[in-house]
Write a new protein. Structure first.
Lengths: 289, 310, 513
């Protein structure tokens, strides 16, 4: 392909802009990393910029040796995996009829669903409903009450609706049922959007917090974000570590930084892995068949 | 009368026939519908506390009905219109600047040819989404402080320092820019998925016709993204007055109250801290009604040209 | 009532759910105290559920925990701790407990929840039970405090056990080493204080050659700069105006003439850069860092938390020394350090837990019994403390270690002395003790101490001090002239301040009678 002069100028500008902006986005995490490897006094005195000051691994040792944190980590991984799989199943099954041209109740059902997106249930009735269903203290309470994210479901539906109608017809001629069309034609063609929505669900489950606060009383079932909050929102309590005699090489500030990273890095790594599904032309193969 | 009967029974039998033919679609959607009834509509019925003087000890059954008194209470709040105006103005800015940002960024990403660079930059862009507003708020405050980068640059240029966070004229820009910074990368993901669905043959054909990159973008990429853009726009409109408490709360100072006090911060003071659930619910209902009205209008408009949401 | 919800899942039919949720809310009626039988038994230990928010790090102890067992041995009561999950809004959480009928047997209320209980008939009157089952609580808490508690209820009953704090917790502090460097004495008057601040600003007391000193500083919302208000006789509590006597009557400190004078003074300081110009933008961590980095000369905080700050200061300034600053005198005003020492609710017993009230009180009494002091402070060896060189040393709280319940919230001077000994390194103990002595000399209990927050009902903006904060900050940074203060007084009254004032006066009259 030939590049015009204008194209070249644009390309250069584009690269510079994107890389500069990306650098600002990496910066906060790098700083957290530096703080987590610094001494408490340096951290509290805001002397840490991008490199650790008075380097120490004490904070990370404390965090990584914390069995409770690892247990919460396990719970979060569990609900993320199980929740994402179930959510995808429910969402696809709901989105498909709503995208199907022959489904008569399409409009009223859609309207009914949209309404729930705009009108939010007050907290107390929501809490009581879930409790009456016997989900108190159960990990199901972290999955079922939000198993379909309306936004996500609508995204899938929009994508389904964008698929060429001819696909439907030719499949039907080949003897495919409605279910067959969904699983044999639609899903394989929808990899980019399915990857996207899975990512949305996974991140949502990973960050599960407010529902856990409402429904999980048993500390052994607390997901990671709740553990993280324990460090983030009650600094005075954690500071009490230092209220006692004895020298610690970590404190609230460094622990906060380390736990934020501990709770963020794993989910951040999912994206580059899923990226391959966004690569241009992933639809090509299936269309040519 | 008989005619009316016929008209009524006709669609019903149509649905029955449709059900027989496409029973599997009805079966598929059943769990979804159950979910919405159980977890959304049942608790939603609890919104009736907006018309009660809800006493937590007595529950919905025992609390007194007060009609529209709660609505009167919020409308008679002396700063209600300030709060409403602030909310609407910020929401409008978010829509005008915040909404297109990820679309533009997705198009810019699309122009990056080096696959490795593209993936690397994309991955960095979505990092800030994972930081909480407490953390981002702290960063914004430090960035704009007297020791911060911006003021260092100003000093270097021989300009006087500005304490941006305590001047109300900068507040809304700070809100919009920080929101874009935090979530623009995350927002592109959905558009990238839409772009990924474009058949490369289309581009090849366009190149044959002599279309440059700009034309390809305008005539192929954007139109393909359009249904997604439209859907996202409509969903945004529905929640127009909901700005999210965390961001504003973490950026607000008493010096910017007059431009930054929004519905959510008011709800926090009036409802959460005072435990007035009826008031919180009433305000929520008010927000939803406005949102739904807006959505209704825009959805009708959308249906004239394209697909609406329903 | 407290059955395991996880097991009953599928039994519930959908329609039932709908009806139950919508109608029941939290009908308490059908619930007879299910443990009534154990009441007269005497021998069988009784389990009491104790709710306390913010328990800190650590696991919740179970019935086999040594600490629980020891308490059981002494009282016949097994305590079961309930706490808010991390990150939850405690008030909201307690409200949920009420809504779902899961109230504990004794709880520490937050966010005014005790008033909800009292108003809706959900709190148990305690004045008959306390002398009988909790004599130590009854006798150790001064009568004055019980009077405050009575005044906070509409019918004069005692519905809760109050928190009592008989020493001032906060103090104005100043860098003695800076005073030495600029060659000035401890200021005693407003003018002297201003001179000191000017010298701090101009004479480079931190010796780094840069004019980076912040003579005095505060935090966002005007928090932690109470010394600047206190000089003018304004009752301030962490930046929040309190209720005290002005012109012979109890009123809101925020609208008093004293406040106007104080704000005018603070404006001057700001203009002369004697007050950190970023005061209203300082988040807690930024403010702490400024003090740690030897940038601040005079500030207001908790002497008991000085340890970490002082350690940091010493890194950059080996001769750093902190002293308590007596309130500088201002002509025409009587300055003081605001003290709130009693009346805040500490323990409430829900009416629904009446059957267990004697046991809950017995448990509480254990913690107020002087003879248990040592155990309450140090707990069990290996769990709460270890023995080093024959001395008991408290262990730092940790995620994996069970926490021990503490229920006493009565701090006397003696308690404070012990606390300093236990939590402050030896070489800093004298310094901290001295600071306390200075602030104690200036401290005064304000007239509005113990005011129930029901007075604010329906006026969230008065309760949140939003209007006050807006005018304070804008006048101080110079965006508005001091004359705007009168407009504030007017608006405050119109926003409901006058109604709240009426309620406060009624309460105060009742307290006096």
């Amino acid at each position: 392909m030939k590049l015009t002069r204008g194209d070249k100028v644009f390309q250069t500008f584009n690269y510079v802009f994107l890389f500069a902006a990306a650098a600002t986005m990496l910066f906060p995490l790098l700083q957290l990393l530096a703080v987590s490897f610094s001494s408490p006094i340096a951290a509290d005195s805001k002397q840490v910029f991008l490199l650790p000051v008075e380097f120490t691994t004490a904070t990370w040792k404390h965090v990584l040796q914390n069995a409770e944190l690892w247990r919460s980590f396990g719970i979060t991984v569990y609900i993320t995996v199980a929740g994402t799989v179930l959510s995808m199943l429910f969402s696809v099954l709901t989105a498909y009829p709503l995208a199907h041209k022959d489904f008569l109740l399409k409009r009223p059902v859609m309207l009914g669903i949209i309404v729930t997106m705009i009108f939010n249930a007050p907290m107390i009735p929501f809490f009581l409903t879930v409790r009456e269903l016997g989900m108190m203290n159960s990990l199901w309470a972290l999955i079922l009450p939000g198993i379909i994210g309306t936004f996500n479901m609508i995204i899938i539906r929009t994508f389904f609706m964008g698929l060429p109608k001819e696909l439907d017809d030719s499949a039907r001629i080949d003897g495919c049922s409605d279910a067959g069309i969904l699983f044999r034609i639609y899903l394989p063609l929808s990899k980019p959007v399915l990857a996207t929505v899975s990512l949305f669900y996974a991140v949502g489950y990973w960050n599960t917090f407010s529902r856990a606060v409402l429904f999980i009383r048993d500390p052994e079932k607390w997901p990671l974000q709740m553990k993280l909050r324990a460090y983030l929102t009650s600094p005075e309590e954690l500071a009490s570590v230092n209220m006692f005699l004895g020298d610690y090489d970590f404190n609230t500030t460094t622990l906060k930084a380390a736990t934020i990273l501990f709770a963020t890095i794993p989910i951040v790594l999912v994206y580059p892995y899923l990226q391959k599904y966004f690569v241009k032309g992933s639809m090509l193969g299936s269309l040519k068949e | 009368m008989a005619e009316w009967m016929r008209n009524r029974t006709a669609p019903e039998s149509r649905i029955l026939a449709n059900m027989r033919k496409h029973w599997i679609l009805y079966l598929m959607i059943l769990p979804g519908i159950l979910y919405y009834i159980v977890f959304k509509y049942v608790p939603l019925a609890g919104s009736v506390i907006a018309f009660q003087d809800f006493q937590i000890f007595k529950g919905i059954g025992g609390s007194e009905w007060v009609g529209l008194e709660n609505f009167q209470y919020i409308f008679s709040y002396q700063d209600f219109y300030t709060v409403l105006r602030n909310t609407a103005v910020i929401a409008f800015y978010q829509l005008v600047f915040g909404f297109p940002a990820p679309i533009i960024l997705a198009l810019l990403f699309n122009e990056v040819r080096l696959m490795l660079a593209k993936r690397f930059v994309q991955s960095l862009f979505y990092l800030p989404h994972f930081l909480s507003w407490v953390v981002v708020g702290g960063i914004v405050f430090e960035l704009l402080s007297s020791q911060g980068v911006i003021n260092a640059v100003r000093e270097w240029l021989g300009l006087e320092q500005i304490l941006f966070m305590q001047e109300q004229k900068y507040f809304r820009s700070i809100v919009v820019i920080s929101a874009i910074w935090k979530d623009v990368g995350w927002g592109t993901i959905i558009y990238l998925a839409a772009i990924a669905g474009i058949n490369p043959n289309l581009y090849e054909a366009a190149v044959m016709d002599g279309a440059n990159r700009w034309k390809q973008t305008m005539h192929i990429t954007l139109p393909t993204m359009f249904p997604t853009i439209l859907v996202l726009f409509l969903l945004n409109i529905g929640n127009f007055l909901e700005l999210g408490f965390d961001q504003i709360y973490n950026l607000l100072t008493p010096m910017t109250y007059s431009v930054g006090d929004i519905i959510e911060t008011y709800v926090y003071r009036a409802g959460v801290l005072q435990g007035q659930y009826s008031v919180t619910t009433t305000i929520g209902l008010f927000q939803s009604i406005i949102g739904f009205a807006l959505l209704w209008i825009f959805n009708r408009m959308a249906r004239k040209t394209e697909q609406g949401l329903w | 009532m407290m059955k395991r919800f996880g097991k009953t899942t599928t039994k519930t039919v959908m329609a039932g759910v709908l009806a139950a949720t919508l109608l029941a809310g939290c009908s308490n009626s059908g619930n007879a105290p299910e443990n009534a039988g154990t009441n007269d038994g005497g021998d069988a230990p009784v389990t009491v559920k104790v709710f306390k928010s913010h328990m800190g790090v650590g696991t919740i102890p179970d019935a086999n925990n040594e600490h629980v067992k020891y308490v059981q041995e002494k009282t016949g009561v097994i305590y079961e701790v309930k706490s808010t999950p991390p990150g939850s809004e405690p008030t909201e959480y307690l409200n949920l407990m009420i809504a779902s009928d899961e109230l504990p047997d004794i709880l520490r209320p937050i966010g005014g929840i005790e008033q909800t209980l009292i108003k809706q008939g959900g709190a148990l009157p305690l004045e008959e039970l306390l002398p009988k089952y909790a004599p130590n609580v009854w006798n150790n808490i001064p009568k004055e405090a019980w009077d405050v508690v009575r005044s906070a209820s509409p019918d004069g009953h005692i519905y809760y056990v109050p928190k009592v704090f008989l020493v001032p917790e906060r103090a104005p502090m100043i860098r003695q080493d800076w005073l030495d460097k600029v060659g000035l004495e401890m200021p005693t008057t407003l003018e002297e204080y201003k001179d000191v601040l000017r010298a701090f600003r101009d004479k480079d007391p931190n010796g780094n050659g840069k004019p980076d000193e912040l003579p005095t500083s505060g935090r966002e919302f005007g928090k932690w700069m109470d010394h600047l208000f206190g000089m003018f006789g304004v009752a301030m509590w962490e930046g929040v105006p309190e209720w005290d006597i002005y012109e012979g009557e109890i009123g809101y400190a925020g609208v008093s003439d004293n406040m106007k004078a104080a704000i005018a003074f603070i404006r001057e300081l700001y203009e002369e850069k004697l007050l950190d110009n970023e005061t209203f933008l300082n988040k807690g961590d930024v403010w702490t860092a400024k003090i740690n980095n030897n940038l601040v000369g005079s500030w207001y905080h908790l002497p008991a938390n000085l340890r970490d700050r002082y350690t940091a200061m010493l890194q950059g300034a080996p001769d750093a020394y902190v002293k308590g600053m007596p309130m500088p005198e201002v002509e025409g005003y009587e300055g003081f350090v605001t003290m709130k020492s009693m009346g805040e609710p500490e323990w409430v017993i829900p009416a629904a837990a009446e059957a267990k009230a004697p046991y809950a009180l017995k448990l509480l009494d254990f913690f107020y019994d002087k003879s248990n002091d040592e155990f309450i402070r140090f707990g069990i060896e290996g769990m709460q403390h270890e023995v080093v060189d024959g001395k008991k040393v408290l262990l730092p709280p940790e995620d994996s270690r069970p926490i021990a319940l503490g229920m006493r919230n009565l701090t006397t001077e003696e308690d404070m002395a012990t606390r300093i000994k236990e939590t402050i390194p030896e070489d800093m103990q004298q310094m901290v003790t001295d600071i306390f002595a200075v602030s104690k000399a200036d401290a005064r209990r304000i007239a509005g101490d113990g005011l129930p927050n029901t007075v604010y009902e329906g006026y969230p903006d008065i309760q949140s001090h939003k209007l006050f904060q807006e005018y304070l900050t804008k006048i101080v940074i110079g965006e508005w002239p001091i004359e705007k203060f009168d407009e504030f007084v007017d608006r405050w009254n119109k926003a409901g301040g006058d109604k709240v004032t009426e309620r406060v006066r009624e309460w105060h009259a009742k307290l006096g009678s």
